[in-house]
Design a protein around this ligand. Sequence first.
Ligand SMILES: [Zn+2]
Length: 76
Amino acid sequence: MKFLLVLAIVLLAVWVWRSGRRDTPGSGRSKPPPPPTGPQEMVRCAHCGVHLPRSEAVVGRLNLYCSAEHRSAAEA
Ligand SMILES: [Zn+2]
């Protein structure tokens, strides 16, 4: 019977410890919010002036361009 009493105390201690940990600020490992998926950054072709998303821009030595043709035309 003494064993059951010790077991109950241990379980109670663990329960108190766990519920106490849950309440401490910062212990919750919540993931940081994902980066906002807003509109993409728009860049301007240095040759013809068309605007396009930066992810689709062709990176030249000096500027960004809408296509490889305009890059070579501008930087040739
Ligand atoms: Zn262009």
